[in-house]
Design a protein around this ligand. Sequence first.
Ligand code: B1M
Length: 210
Amino acid sequence: HELFQEIRSVIISGRPKEVEAPIQRAIEAGVPLDRLIHEAMIDAMDEVGRRFTAQEIFVPEMLASAMAMKKGLSLIKPLLTASQNVSRGTVLICTVKGDIHDIGKNLVVMMLEGAGFQVMDLGVDVTVEALVEKVRESRPQILGLSALLTTTMPEMKRVIETLEAEGLRDQVKVIVGGAPVDEAFALRIGADGYGADAAQAVALCKKLVE
Ligand code: B1M
């Protein structure tokens, strides 16, 4: 779509104020939201990651792009979460300790809510202790963990081990996701599932609460 290039460009160059117009135009033009999200927006963040790896840009630029991405997603959110009043199940979700990446997690939250799940989002950089306490207190059916750094992936294993030690593991299904995470890792740490993207995470949650 011709608007995608413009959207990619404002996200890549980190101009949050300029993201609204092309996204509104794309929405008005009836572009399917999953295409808008993937082909324009996530694609732009991948390019940002590539430029960061190549040291063409640095953390401040990456942050500006994240702000543009978040602004863009906030415009799409109301369309994804419209008119759902049945609760399909409960999900507690967060980004693990040491990790502050939340764009992917927020997208998973948006899609889950859109699919009728009731989601409790604990945010980013959440300690194992805080998480286990919340599982005990609110008894979610599913616990979703997101990590974007190879250095924070081991936190997911710690969460599962701690749930086991506290006798809570049988009460909650644990799903994991985030760019460095894969199916093999999920299996290895004893998670109940892995979602490669937000749509897969939703499909997985539906299956787990059946
Ligand atoms: Co950071 N960062 N970052 N960063 N950042 C990455 C992840 C990196 C790959 C960039 C790179 O080097 N190419 C790299 C990690 C390298 C590694 O560990 N192998 C990296 C680094 C190194 C860092 C810092 C260490 C940089 C520094 O300070 N020197 C630092 C760490 C901070 C910390 O967390 N402690 C850092 C900081 C940041 C910003 C704060 C500037 C910013 C984040 C802002 C924010 O999120 N609020 C940022 C950004 C924007 C990125 C990139 C460019 C984009 C991430 C993103 O939002 N992607 C990223 C490169 C990249 O991913 N291409 C990078 C879009 C998003 C929709 O995708 O999050 O993968 P994603 O989510 C997907 C799926 O993974 C899945 O569904 C989503 C939708 O499809 N998914 C789940 C995610 N969670 C899920 C949970 C599920 C299921 C599916 O179930 C529960």
